[in-house]
Design a binder for this molecule. Structure first.
Ligand code: DX5
Ligand code: ZN
Length: 226
């Protein structure tokens, strides 16, 4: 399987939860991954969906699942999402004492391993751990809710990771999440991100598939300009 240069991952957090399978199929031919935000009302104040929904959805689409766990105690819960067939399982650095051990468990369970860095967490302490991960998710908002305003200063972390990746020949997806839309995706791509989560910008659009294609086009153009 060839690796797409840029990933666009619609977040179902902004979809109509009563029509989830339909909403997923609406982006099936345009998206690369489906971003699934799991929130537990402890790590973040919000509460969304969990394993049973992911298991049911897994049977409803061919799209790879990019599961973003905003939960406490990911050591306990994350491998279950890998077992459920998630392509990539990302947990938060702030919630985990031993990120490398959990990354190994996720890979052993057949998933890619992702590390997420929230708004107020510096990236430097985690740079040396990155060879153990397939994905680094840099939050471009404070994790917890969709529809927030993108914080451009957080792209400094993307630039730092991109430099580190390029210098160390790491194989790592650099993903951005929060406030990604037509007016922000180019700066994120120019900073070095190569995976883009978009909730409101996709599911708030009249034509979600078209919104995904447009975002991809903007990101590609900005990445080519580098
Ligand atoms: C927020 C979630 C995001 C959210 C993004 O904590 O991690 O994935 O769905 O939503 P938008 O694109 O609306 O900012
Ligand atoms: Zn997310």
């Amino acid at each position: 399987m060839t690796v797409p240069p840029l990933i666009v991952a619609p977040s179902i957090l902004a979809a109509d939860f009563a029509r989830l399978a339909e909403e997923v199929r609406a982006v099936e031919n345009a998206a690369d991954w489906l971003h699934v935000d799991v929130m537990d009302n402890h790590f973040v104040p919000n509460l969304t969906i969990g394993l049973p929904v992911v298991q049911s959805l897994r049977a409803a689409t061919e799209l790879p699942f990019d599961v973003h766990l905003m939960i406490e105690d990911p050591q306990r819960w994350a491998p279950g999402y890998a077992d459920a067939g998630a392509y990539n399982v990302t947990f938060h650095a702030e919630a985990c004492d031993d990120p490398v051990a959990l990354a190994k468990d996720l890979r052993a369970a057949g998933a890619k391993a992702g590390l997420a860095i929230d708004r107020d967490t510096p990236i430097e302490p985690y740079l040396d751990l990155l060879p153990n991960f397939d994905t680094l998710l840099v939050m471009t908002i404070k994790a917890g809710f969709g529809g927030q305003r993108f914080i451009p200063q957080l792209l400094d972390k993307v630039r730092a990771v991109r430099r580190h990746r390029d210098a160390g020949h790491l194989e790592l997806r650099i993903e951005v999440d929060g406030g990604i839309a037509a007016d922000t995706i180019e700066q994120a791509a120019a900073a070095g991100a190569d995976a883009f989560v978009a909730g409101t910008a996709v599911y708030g659009a009249d034509d979600p598939a078209e919104a995904v294609r447009r975002l991809r086009q903007l990101a590609e153009r900005a990445a080519d300009g580098q």
